[in-house]
Design a protein around this ligand. Structure first.
Ligand code: MTE
Length: 401
């Protein structure tokens, strides 16, 4: 019996680590087939330890603090948060910084477990704008960071990290304290009853089971902030990283905004295509996302290992949700975010390839580019934690006559 015996889970999820803690992704085809909104049951899970058990009747009294460099320290219960603050709902994609790490581990073992390309999910998050809460606490002028801490006690203390205070105060960054996912109370694995959600940045910043917001002058000194979620220079070996803490204490190597990334959902890697029964055209399709609110503006596919490229169609389902927001059909409360400027969700791309052209090609490669012209690189940037892996996504298929 694991400490998570109280947590309900979907058998379709693929375990990436041992029996405990729970780290899972859905089969990529199942994730893709769900479409724009991922159901909480198939949403990827990244837990560093045991899931705190919070009974429904305890939720109204769940308490978190706002402390540190503030004029007005606060203690807020879940009940007060709902009663005293306005709620907003935004669709937001969360991505683990380890998404696609398996490809790095194949080249050279990193210090992390092997995520496939389904360490990403998207949901409608409902909650309170983080800046609204911080403004009531009145941060002092010298304050620069918001540290966040969860309720999960781990070998190196509680899980915690930080982001810049000026980001948190900017309503267009969309940061929130969320209590609902797709209109329902958060599930235990996703932070029940309250979590931070930080759009456009790596999932590791979105602290679950929130207990503390600490306003500081320096970035978080939490163990998990320092020794996790970093891309160290590629020359640093696991041995050097283990023996020299200076590599970890350099905040320049901490990662925040996601990088441009994509994956092919169909065909699956090593799929066999029977030419006798195949249709004339095959629809190659998948997902893509940008970082920091940037839109993916092109998806390109190559059948000749990157010599020539053809342009895929992109569907921005997020835009339809924005329209619904304008109509006030879907979103509660106000709409702070300037949605024309931001893109906080994944998009879906597709391109029809005549099967006759696939005959010569066993390799299908895609790459994405965002509005800032950040393009997925041809080559992998290996680093000791194996994070932010985003080279061209490749599948190999075989054809049968
Ligand atoms: N918050 C707490 N308290 N404990 C954790 O282990 N994991 C982080 C983040 N927040 C974590 C946490 C990481 S690394 C990621 S990628 C996201 O939560 C995963 O969120 P999810 O499990 O809801 O998908």
């Amino acid at each position: 019996k694991t400490p998570d015996a109280h947590v309900p889970r979907d058998p379709r999820l693929i375990r990436l680590t041992g029996a405990h803690p729970f780290n899972v992704e859905a089969p990529l085809s199942d994730l893709y087939n769900e479409g724009f909104l991922t159901s909480p049951e198939l949403f990827y899970v990244r837990n560093h330890g045991a899931v705190p058990e919070v009974k429904d009747e305890e939720i109204p009294d769940w308490e978190f603090t706002v402390e540190g460099l503030v004029e007005n320290p606060l203690k807020i219960t879940f009940r007060e948060l709902l009663e005293e603050y306005e709620n907003v709902t935004y669709p937001i994609t969360l991505v683990c910084a380890g998404n696609r790490r398996k490809e790095q581990n194949v080249v050279r073992k990193s210090n992390g477990f092997s995520w496939g390309p389904a360490g990403v999910s998207n949901a409608l998050f409902t909650g309170v704008v983080l800046g609204d809460v911080l403004r009531r606490a009145k941060p002092l002028r010298k304050a620069k960071y918001v540290c966040m801490e969860g309720a999960d006690k781990l070998p190196n203390g509680y899980y915690g990290t930080s982001v810049k205070l000026n980001w948190a105060m900017d309503p267009n960054k969309g940061m929130m304290l969320a209590h609902k996912m797709n209109g329902e109370m958060l599930t235990p694995d996703h932070g029940k009853p309250l979590r931070v959600v930080i759009p456009g940045q790596i999932g590791g910043r979105s602290v679950k089971w929130l207990k503390k917001l600490i306003i500081t002058e320096a970035p978080s000194d939490n163990w998990y902030h320092i020794y996790d979620n970093r891309v160290l220079p590629t020359s640093v070996t696991p041995e050097e990283a283990a023996n020299d803490p200076r590599w970890w204490k350099d905040e320049r190597y901490a990662i925040y905004d996601l990088n441009t990334n994509s994956a092919i959902a169909y065909p699956a890697h090593e799929e066999r295509l029977d030419l006798a029964t195949a249709p004339e055209t095959y629809s190659v399709k998948g997902y893509a996302y940008g970082g920091g609110g940037r839109r993916v503006t092109r998806m390109e596919l190559s059948l000749d290992k990157g010599k020539t490229w053809r342009l895929a169609n992109i569907d921005y389902a997020e835009d339809r949700y924005r329209e619904a927001a304008v109509d006030q059909k879907l979103f509660g409360g106000r709409l702070d975010m300037d949605w024309r400027e931001t893109c906080f969700c994944w998009c879906f791309w597709n391109i029809d390839i005549p099967v006759s052209e696939l005959k010569e090609a066993s390799d299908i490669v895609v790459r994405g580019m965002d509005e800032g012209l950040h393009i997925q690189p041809r080559d992998m940037y290996w680093s000791v934690l194996g994070m932010m892996n985003n080279p061209w996504f490749r599948v190999t298929i075989s054809l049968e006559n």
